[in-house]
Design a protein around this ligand. Structure first.
Ligand code: UDP
Length: 384
């Protein structure tokens, strides 16, 4: 599958949610190449999938450049960015379609497309809402998209609406929900906990990279009011959020949570690990463009509590497939955790419904078919 020559472009060498999706999308696309701004675990995983790999000579460290970094600090980078644009333009010439998998990749690929005219897909994994981006950044992103993107793939109606509200052209959008694989065969939660050295009492988990907007601190705050409940915090600071990670660890000490909260760092076995917890908490304080861990928990048969913003209410069908709580409200979250842990009668029905819903709407096969179709159409259009 996938004979088209696609140049996949990503700014990071790390494997976050967007890159896990990329790794599914590139499978079986051995005529394609990946252009990364920097080396890292993603580069290795792409080579394992038999893609030709190009690593920029100029991009190292740019993934740590944060959304809120000052424009002035960017000035010395301009020369490096121009050099990367040239590298992407050169690589584009031997490909049919360019596929930008991140914002930073899209911005540079869009400029490169002025020099090497190839259809350009932006797989937009973010939600361009005021909570995440300043007005100028939003304007610049949609201006470039309107001018240079051939298609913008987004994972949810919430992400599509934010793109349109920022001024993006509706006709560019293709909504393709993320697809998630079924988790490995069940082991009992008790067995799993034993093998991980986790306590057998009530246990909640949060499974996201550590970043302030992901809201891990709200869960820690909620735990201060739930003295019987343990917690695993899975994930690490992947994109320059080390200060927040340190704050979380400090908070655990300051609130006397050290004997109940375990930081497990970044893990490669999240779907399995989820089966160890009684509740999967998704405490993001800003809207999520999607939220893969919601679906992972639904497939794992684990109750979900998520904040009611972005794509979560759609994925959880307004609360039918999980519990929704207001964002940034530790009291409401604590209340919801206590309620789910008390196992209300409705929970079994909710879990069965969530699993059916996740399998029907969020399969990898559906995602790959939809994205494959977009790529084929653009390649055929360019060849015509
Ligand atoms: N994840 C992981 N290891 C970790 C923490 C998270 O592999 O230690 C995975 C998680 O299972 C999910 C993805 O990273 O598939 C995160 O995707 P999501 O849409 O939840 O958030 P993003 O990081 O893309 O904003």
């Amino acid at each position: 599958m996938g004979s088209e020559r696609v140049l996949f472009v990503d700014h990071t060498g790390q494997i976050g949610g967007a890159e896990l999706i990329l790794l599914d999308v590139v499978a079986g696309r051995e005529n394609s190449s990946a252009f990364l701004f920097e080396d890292g675990p993603l580069a290795k995983a792409l080579v394992e999938r038999k893609l030709k790999l190009i690593i920029s000579k100029w991009g190292s460290g740019l993934s740590q450049f944060r959304r809120d970094s000052k424009w002035l600090a960017a000035a010395p980078l301009v020369g490096r960015l121009a050099a990367i644009v040239e590298e992407i333009a050169l690589a584009s010439r031997s490909h049919d379609v360019v596929y930008a998998n991140s914002q930073k990749a899209f911005v540079l690929a869009a400029i490169a497309s002025v020099f090497a005219r190839r259809p350009l897909i932006w797989h937009l994994h973010d939600i361009i809402s005021p909570e995440h981006f300043g007005a100028m950044q939003r304007r610049m992103q949609v201006m470039l998209a309107n001018a240079r993107a051939t298609k913008v793939i987004v994972p949810s109606q919430a992400a599509a609406s934010a793109f349109i509200a920022a001024g993006g052209k509706r006709g560019l959008i293709e909504i393709v929900p993320n697809g998630l694989a079924l988790p490995p065969e069940p082991r009992t939660a008790a067995e799993l906990r034993q093998s991980l050295g986790l306590p057998q009492g009530p246990l909640v988990g949060v499974f996201s990279r550590l970043a302030a907007w992901k809201g891990q601190h709200v869960l820690l705050e909620a735990l201060t009011g739930l003295p019987e409940v343990g917690c695993i915090v899975v994930g690490d600071a992947l994109f320059g959020e080390q200060a927040y990670a340190a704050e979380l660890k400090q908070m655990v000490l300051a609130r006397g949570l050290a004997d109940r909260v375990r930081f497990l760092g970044h893990r490669g076995d999240v779907p399995k690990l989820m089966k160890a917890v009684d509740v999967m908490v998704h405490p993001s304080i800003d809207p999520e463009p999607f939220g893969r861990t919601l679906v992972e928990a639904m497939l794992a048969g684990v109750p979900v509590i998520a904040t009611n913003a972005g794509a979560a209410p759609d994925i959880l069908e307004g609360g039918r497939a999980g519990t929704l709580v207001p964002p940034n409200d530790a009291k409401a979250l604590a209340h919801a955790i206590a309620s789910v842990l008390s196992r209300p009668e409705s929970l079994d029905g909710q879990l069965a419904y969530a699993s059916l819903r996740a399998k029907a709407r969020y399969s990898v096969t559906q995602m790959l078919e939809a994205i494959g179709l977009v790529i084929r159409k653009l390649q055929a259009g360019a060849a015509a």
